[in-house]
Write a protein that binds this ligand. Structure first.
Ligand SMILES: Cc1cc2nc3c(=O)[nH]c(=O)nc-3n(C[C@H](O)[C@H](O)[C@H](O)COP(=O)(O)OP(=O)(O)OC[C@H]3O[C@@H](n4cnc5c(N)ncnc54)[C@H](O)[C@@H]3O)c2cc1C
Length: 287
């Protein structure tokens, strides 16, 4: 199928974007890498009057490292993230996740901001951002605001972005020495959206887990932070008993909805499996 007809604009400043968004209201859609949006147009799931191509906007692309933070511009492509030495060094959880995002051809053009704004419940970046307690920088006609990733995802394909706003960047705190990261997912084929996945980070100093973050993808309408399981792990020594404790606690955090291929029980079982693997990987990385 082909998409319905639409007008096209390629503004050179955020100010022009805000004007276009105000003029066209619900009829306007921002276009970044197009890897999700163009599919919805071609399937006629969406029929905007105008696409506002934001790829010419200055200042929305690239990765910069500050004293304590890493900032990723919304237009930074998955491929740039994948090949960034700074991401590998300072955000190893994201570095582990990005090869799971689709395939190389899609990673070449798809963007960080597009994935966050799309908020697919099985996408990798939202879970990573929730695990790392990232902040999103959002611009609108009245200025900028910041929203924590843990508050940003509101449900399946729903976010805290308001009409007229543009996601500008994500900001991540650099973890202290001693923290380790593990990203795991189970998918029918590599590059497919995950059945279930886990973005995990913890302070693994001294042979025990503390300050644990476990964010699941594919386990709900938005990334699910397993707070009860993380609390149960606090101060526990590495080993099979601790892994079993986490796996047994997980049902208090997760009640994954069934999808076309997997029942809720299967998803919970798979989540337990990757939790065990992730905790073992965190411990192995620390010793
Ligand atoms: C075959 C296939 C497999 C895929 N597999 C995966 C996968 O396994 N994991 C995964 O995470 N993704 C997957 N994707 C999606 C891919 O990661 C996309 O790159 C991403 O979801 C959207 O990024 P984009 O830049 O292409 O955004 P677009 O398609 O251009 O936009 C997506 C949506 O976000 C909005 N938007 C874009 N940028 C902004 C912004 N800065 N501010 C506000 N709104 C914005 C658009 O208006 C649109 O609604 C897959 C895509 C395809 C085609």
């Amino acid at each position: 199928m082909k998409s319905p007809a639409f007008a096209y604009a390629r503004p050179a400043s955020l100010g022009e974007v805000f004007t276009l968004l105000k003029t066209h209201g619900d009829g306007a859609k921002l276009l970044a890498g197009g890897q999700s949006l163009l599919a919805t147009l071609n399937l006629r799931l969406s029929a905007p009057d105008i696409l506002i191509d934001i790829t010419a906007l200055p200042g929305l692309s690239g990765i910069s490292v500050g004293k304590d933070t890493v900032r990723i511009g919304a237009l930074t492509t998955h491929r740039e993230i994948e090949h960034s030495g700074d991401i590998a060094k300072y955000l190893p959880l994201l570095a582990q996740a990005v090869p799971h995002v689709a395939h190389v051809a899609i990673r070449n053009v798809g963007t960080f901001g597009g994935s966050i704004a799309m908020a697919d419940p099985a996408a990798e970046y939202p879970a990573v951002c929730v695990a790392l307690d990232a902040q999103f920088v959002i611009a609108g006609a009245k200025g900028e605001r910041r929203v924590a990733a843990r508050e940003f995802f509101k449900g399946m394909y729903e976010t805290a972005l308001q009409p007229g706003e543009v996601l500008v960047a994500g900001e991540f705190k650099i973890a202290a020495t001693g923290y380790r990261a593990a990203f795991l997912e189970l998918a029918r084929r590599h590059g497919d959206y995950a059945i279930v996945g886990l973005a995990a980070q913890a302070d693994c100093s001294g042979g025990k887990y503390s300050d644990v973050s476990l964010a699941f993808l594919g386990a709900g309408g938005e990334p699910v932070l397993a707070r009860t399981t993380a609390a149960a792990l606090e101060g526990k020594a590495f080993g099979p008993d601790t892994i079993a404790l986490a796996q047994n606690t997980l049902a208090k955090d997760l009640d994954p909805p069934a999808d076309l291929y997997s029942s809720s029980a299967t998803k919970l079982h798979l989540a337990r499996v990757i939790t065990g693997r992730a905790l073992a990987a965190l411990a192995a990385a620390a010793t």
